[in-house]
Write a protein that binds this ligand. Structure first.
Ligand SMILES: [Zn+2]
Length: 310
């Protein structure tokens, strides 16, 4: 008990020190210290921060980093959240792991961009970026956990293809509860969709995070077709999905499509969101190794403008 109180005091001292540093050196330094502090806490207490721990937010700026769960092979799935407005938008990269590693790099670039200038995010929004929803798949291709660069990526096409799946060789974007089937399709191939809807921990983690944090919109980055796709399950496309996907497509210059018609799919994450009335869409980058930063930034900023005028 004594130790616990002493620790609380120490933690408070650190909080004040970090807050003071923030006032002296600005929010970028503060955000870095805050991440260090959260890292310190999580590695000393083995705490998984389901509820964001606000360490220092003197101006309500910078990201709050939370670990929202662990993959099949025990790798962290991270979320970076900005702001505390009533409208919550979440961006998800890497659900197809190392096969679509460019979507993870794009997501990290957004994290850096928002950390450097959090005022980009209107005050009535909460924005979460989950950079890598399939860290085991990314590890297969990069040999890295967390951040990596394009230089880390394997050039072996078989390795790249295997990186699409999680640690149980399941295609996570076929494991959600919308028209789920045990086997599904990827191009002309048959892929495992798991043993049941949400049989995979990565799919459970996304489901639980998105349901717990009442979402106004969820966007999934994939590659490669240079197209924005609407989501739908049994009851057609939600009107808000149509509106927001068109805003992103128009601003980014990507094509927009009401349906993914290249081949039939089941158990898609965005389609499951449609079934629980959450607007969602998929953005497919043009290639497997570009991030098309200016296009995606334009899409995201256009969405922010839309929500801030609502
Ligand atoms: Zn994909």
């Amino acid at each position: 008990m004594k130790n616990f109180s002493a620790r609380k005091v120490i933690i408070r001292i650190i909080i004040f020190a970090v807050a003071g540093m923030g006032i002296l050196f600005g929010h970028t330094t503060t955000a870095r210290l805050q991440r260090l502090f959260v890292y310190f806490l999580s590695h000393n207490n083995k705490v998984i921060h389901e509820t964001p721990v606000v360490v220092t937010k003197p101006e309500n700026l910078g990201s709050v980093h939370t670990v929202i769960g662990q993959s099949v092979q025990g790798r962290s799935i991270d979320a970076y959240t900005y702001g505390s407005g009533k409208t919550h938008i979440t961006f998800v990269g890497g659900i197809h792991g190392g096969y679509e590693w460019n979507t993870v790099i794009l997501a990290y670039k957004f994290i850096d961009y928002f950390d450097a200038d959090p005022k980009v995010i209107p005050t009535d929004l909460t924005v979460t970026v989950i950079p890598d929803a399939n860290p085991d798949g990314v590890y297969k291709v990069t040999g890295k956990e967390g951040r990596f660069t394009s230089a880390d990526v394997s050039t072996n096409t078989q390795v790249l293809a295997s990186g699409r799946f999680n640690g149980n060789s399941v295609d996570l974007n076929r494991n959600f509860d919308c028209k789920w089937q045990p086997q599904s399709t990827w191009q002309s191939k048959t892929v495992s969709a798991g043993t049941a809807p949400f049989s995979e921990p990565e799919a459970q983690i996304l489901r639980d995070f998105l349901l717990k944090n009442n979402q106004s919109l969820v966007i999934f980055w994939h590659s490669q077709s240079g197209t924005v796709y609407a989501s739908q399950c049994e009851n057609g496309i939600l009107p808000e999905t149509k509106t927001t996907m068109n805003i992103y497509a128009k601003a980014s210059g990507y094509a927009s499509s009401q349906t993914f018609d290249a081949y039939a799919t089941t158990g898609g994450a965005d389609d499951w969101l449609a079934s629980v009335n959450v607007p969602a869409f998929t953005v497919e980058l043009k290639t497997h190794d570009t991030i098309e930063w200016n296009q995606n930034l334009a899409g995201v900023v256009a969405l922010f403008e839309y929500y801030s005028k609502k």
